[in-house]
Design a protein around this ligand. Structure first.
Ligand SMILES: *Cc1c(COP(=O)(O)O)cnc(C)c1O
Length: 967
């Protein structure tokens, strides 16, 4: 194998190790293993029709050429996306730093304190700027955040209102068109009615339950909504406000004028526009709505010894537990981007943020005055960053557009011959003069020359924020680059990521995120493009989209692909809505039953409910397979109303079910469509595919199988592939025609999180047909090798007909509990002492661990992991045999934090060495843990989701007092 072949870098085991592993598991060859693991009736007969893999160097040239086809203009379109300056210290040390981008969602709090703190900072910024009480650690984008707000208001209706069937939400017409479209998509299947109108004419009527407005509104106007909020509240209607977070450093925050929910985007806090994403949306609410909050909330709690610690709060609301009772399907969100936005606020502090906002507003005010002098009329009385003009006597929109394009600028145009400009952080004196030149030329006058930019404020005093914000220490301490660098590094050291050791999370596919795949993300040709520019300015992107869609269609066996959904769960929702639209187009409106196996990921039933479907659960047999008789009975029982089956393949139990073709046929015979959850595509690529198996639609988690990193909980990309008959229903976009006429948009941006798509593109181009297939084979081999090594100690819960697992396996842990009291949680925590992130805990089967090594892990690393698990097994045996105490043992006390290990007092029956260095090789690369096991219940009882608040102080003081009293 030539050393410059990417496949040899992507795949962990060397050739001789592959043979060694095949030997160990008793497989004659790779082909023989595949034949044993994958049912023959679904095997592809031909290799994938994709180009051969290219080298990293060849790919680098190719992606450079593509990037060069994108044109980066100065863009003043606004509409929720603004150019911004990513501070280089954040760009280099967060965005380009694999510790930050390869870590997983911080479920294992003790080894995630760094990103938990970064996300807590993000939450603090949001609460401080919006004036609200609680918030989460990001949502997917502003438009879906609006939809979540609608849902929370709907779910929180007062009892009587719900009884009366209140189902109308009033939406001010001056809201972003993309927000409007997503609201329409989301409202329709639930029977929620959207009433669009001018907020000044709003009259709460009987069936109203909520109001949605935007601040500043979509024309750029700042309005006083106090009277509106009062009117709504009199009738117990809640008010949700879409807000520009940066503007709130100058404007009175919605929390101060009565808003119940505030949502929006944090993109302009240092996150590149990236032709639409990814960026973090925010969502803030009143304390009373905390049980209904979508997404993940980071909260403060204490560890087993009373030390302050962070963790994800209210996990009992998580969708995998609430399933069809979940109020949202958000799983992967935008953690990495939220982290960046939080750091941006830390670096600038309240003064810096305010200065940026004032500078933007000052330039907008200056331009408003100067352009009026040229004969145009500026139409926004009070504005933050957006000014809107009607034409000067001889000017026209056409001329303005022509002249602005000549100077490589994009403005926003309205149907009624008006033009608008949104100023951003990057706008400078030179830009101002270019803009004036365009307006002057179009009006046939001479432009004035501006020599300096005064900071003036033209906003009516009544709208201005009074009082301070972001007074917490963290927003004061790190203003020099040196201090900021060290702060980022300090947090980084608290987190386990792929830079430390394998992360064997089943169903999450924590594979290599190759540096070559990641590099283009840093380029302005991908980052600097607004999603609503004329498409010819994004020619490179469109070339990439076209090839990527074709390649993903080939890989999935489908006819077409939509790149719009921003996560796997968002893909599920999009796919179900496509199925729904298909049934409706055939006059079968009554088809609304979704059959879902009991083993499904919680997002499946949650998405089905959001798509207006009724969930019918089908059982699994004792071997973990879907009970085909039960499935047939249910499909037949609901044959008149069956919409679809949602099936994960290979199943979440880690096996290729042999009956899958039959299962799909049963659904089709009864008039349903087959939705495949593609989270486990890493076991399919090149060997089989959803189209061949019989599915009609499937989402792909590009952040699992296709090498986009997890970012500590996002970004994700969840494109959907569909069979030919479903193409007409793929999601459209209201601002930029994306070639579709199907359901309205499911995301704010026409092509979703475009700027991370080069990662997947690079992954496919560099691996090529044979490399992709090889990756799947090695992923399956690695899993079977681990299963073989661990089966005697732990037991493998499910295997296929020939005794093989797919690309992951479930380790049995329930038998330890009766004899020793040790649970899967103790094992997970003990692994941290060895420097490992736990496998997936208690999903899909309670009391178990699900392990997925991926193809990227070497034999050496897997052997270390096995050694750790075998040592833990021996430690459990010590308890069983009475050699270790049932309560005071290395497992129950795990993880062992640094401050305990070095403490002068050591109260345990076992030694410090055993606690911290249970194996010799741990010494070489010890991951020191800063907190002991976190106390989830304490944090949930005292929910605090911002840092340094008076509430936090009060709780810790109380803690101190109780501790002192008990001493
Ligand atoms: C990860 C996963 C999902 C959800 O995907 P997100 O991208 O996190 O929204 C759904 N189903 C399965 C089986 C998964 O593993």
């Amino acid at each position: 194998m030539a050393t410059d072949k990417f496949v040899a870098r992507h795949i962990g085991p060397r050739k001789h190790e592959i043979n060694q592993m095949l030997d160990a598991i008793g497989a004659e060859s790779m082909e023989a293993l595949m034949n044993e693991a994958v049912p023959s009736n679904i095997r592809l007969k031909e290799p994938l029709r994709l180009a051969r893999g290219i080298t990293e160097r060849q790919y680098f040239r190719k992606i450079k050429d593509i990037a060069a086809k994108n044109k980066v203009y100065n863009t003043y379109i606004g509409m929720g996306y603004y150019d911004t300056i990513t501070p280089a210290v954040i760009h280099r040390n967060v965005l380009e730093n694999p510790v930050w981008y390869t870590s997983y969602t911080p479920y294992q709090a003790e080894i995630s304190q760094g990103r938990l703190e970064a996300l807590l900072n993000f939450q603090t910024v949001v609460v401080e700027l919006t004036g609200m009480e609680i918030t989460n650690a990001s949502l997917l984008d502003e438009a879906t955040a609006a939809a979540e707000a609608m849902m929370v208001m709907y779910d929180c209706r007062p009892r009587q209102m719900a009884k009366d069937g209140a189902n109308i939400v009033f939406v001010d017409e001056k809201i972003w068109p993309q927000t409007r479209a997503v609201l329409e998509t989301r409202a329709r299947p639930l029977g929620i009615e959207l009433q669009f109108g001018n907020w000044q004419n709003y009259k709460p009527a009987d069936k109203h339950f909520g109001v949605i407005i935007q601040y500043p509104n979509s024309d750029g106007k700042v309005e006083d909504y106090r009277a509106l909020v009062e009117k709504a509240h009199e009738k117990e209607c809640q008010v949700a406000v879409g807000a520009d977070l940066l503007s709130l450093s100058m404007l009175t925050p919605p929390g101060e004028w009565g808003a119940d929910i505030v949502f929006g985007s944090t993109q302009r806090f240092g996150v590149p526009m990236g032709y639409g994403g990814p960026h973090a949306a925010f969502f803030a609410a009143r304390e009373s709505a905390k049980r209904y909050m979508p997404g993940r909330i980071i909260g403060i709690t204490k560890d087993a010894n009373g030390k302050r610690a962070l963790r994800m709060a209210l996990q009992t609301r998580e969708q995998h537990i609430k399933r069809e009772k979940a109020t949202s399907n958000i799983c992967t969100a935008q953690a990495l981007l939220a982290t960046m936005a939080g750091f941006y606020a830390v670096y600038h502090g309240p003064e810096g943020i305010t200065t940026i906002a004032k500078q933007i507003h000052g330039i907008a005010s200056l331009l408003a005055a100067e352009i009026e002098k040229l004969g145009y009329k500026q139409l926004n009385d009070n504005f933050f960053d957006t000014i809107r003009f009607s034409m000067a006597p001889h000017a026209s929109v056409e001329l303005i557009e022509q002249y602005s394009l000549e100077l490589e600028m994009n403005f926003r145009y309205f149907d009624n011959d008006e033009v608008a400009l949104s100023i951003d952080e990057t706008t400078n004196l030179e830009d101002v003069n270019w803009i004036l030149e365009v307006f002057a030329r179009a009006a046939c006058t001479n432009e004035p020359e501006i020599k300096e930019l005064p900071i003036t404020c033209t906003i009516d005093k009544a709208y201005l924020r009074v009082g301070k914000f972001m007074q917490q220490e963290v927003f004061r301490l790190y203003r020099s680059e040196t201090e900021m660098l060290r702060y980022i590094k300090k947090l980084e050291r608290r987190d386990i990521s792929l830079t430390h050791s394998m992360i064997s999370l089943g169903s999450c596919t924590m594979k290599l995120n190759a540096a070559t795949e990641m590099l283009p993300l840093s380029w302005i040709e991908f980052g600097g493009i607004h999603p609503f520019v004329p498409v010819d300015q994004a020619a490179g992107y469109h070339l990439l989209f076209a090839e990527l869609k074709r390649d993903l269609a080939e890989i999935t066996g489908f006819a077409d692909v939509s790149l719009q959904p921003n996560s796997g769960a968002a893909g599920e929702y999009a796919g179900l809505m496509v199925i729904r639209a298909y049934h409706h187009s055939r006059g079968e409106q009554q088809r609304n039953v979704a059959i879902i196996p009991s083993s499904a990921h919680g997002t499946n039933p949650a998405s089905a409910v959001m798509a207006g479907m009724q969930v019918v659960v089908v059982k699994c047999d004792e071997r973990g397979n879907i009970d085909v008789d039960d499935l047939r009975a249910k499909a037949e029982k609901y044959k008149d109303t069956l919409a679809c089956l949602m099936i994960t393949y290979p199943s979440t139990h880690g096996v290729f079910e042999a009956s899958v073709v039959e299962i799909c046929a049963i659904i089709h015979q009864n008039g349903g469509q087959v939705y495949m959850d593609g989270a486990n595509m890493n076991a399919q690529v090149g060997l089989t595919n959803p189209g061949l198996i019989g599915a009609d639609v499937c989402h792909l988690n590009l952040h699992k199988t296709f090498a986009i990193p997890h970012g500590g909980g996002g970004p994700g990309v969840g494109p959907i592939g569909v069979a030919r008959h479903l193409i007409p229903f793929l999601p459209s976009h209201p601002v930029v025609p994306n070639g579709r006429k199907g359901i309205p948009a499911v995301a704010a941006a026409p092509w979703g999180s475009a700027s991370v798509l080069p990662i997947t593109y690079g992954y496919i181009k560099m691996l090529g047909s044979d490399g992709l297939t090889k990756s799947t084979e090695v992923a399956i081999l690695n899993a079977n090798y681990l299963a073989h090594r661990l089966k005697d100690d732990y037991g493998i819960l499910y295997t296929g007909e020939k005794g093989r697992v797919a690309h992951e396996m479930i380790l049995e842990c329930r038998h330890f509990k009766a004899k020793t009291g040790i649970t899967e949680l103790d094992i997970a925590k003990r692994l941290m002492d060895f420097g490992y992130h736990a496998p997936t805990l208690s999903f899909p089967v309670h009391g178990t661990l699900m392990v997925e090594p991926t193809e990227s892990e070497s034999l050496h690393e897997m052997d270390r992991f096995v050694e750790a698990l075998k040592t833990i097994y021996a430690e459990i045996k010590e308890i069983e045999e009475g050699k270790a105490d049932k309560l005071d043992n290395v497992l129950k006390n795990a993880p062992h934090p640094d401050y305990k290990v070095v403490a002068d007092e050591w109260p345990h029956a076992y030694g410090r060495e055993k606690a911290a260095f249970p194996l010799e090789w741990i010494r070489e690369n010890k991951f020191w843990i800063g907190v002991a096991r976190v106390d989830d219940a304490f944090g949930d009882r005292n929910l605090i989701c911002t840092c340094g608040s008076p509430e936090e102080y009060a709780i810790w003081q109380q803690q101190e007092e109780t501790a002192t009293a008990s001493r």
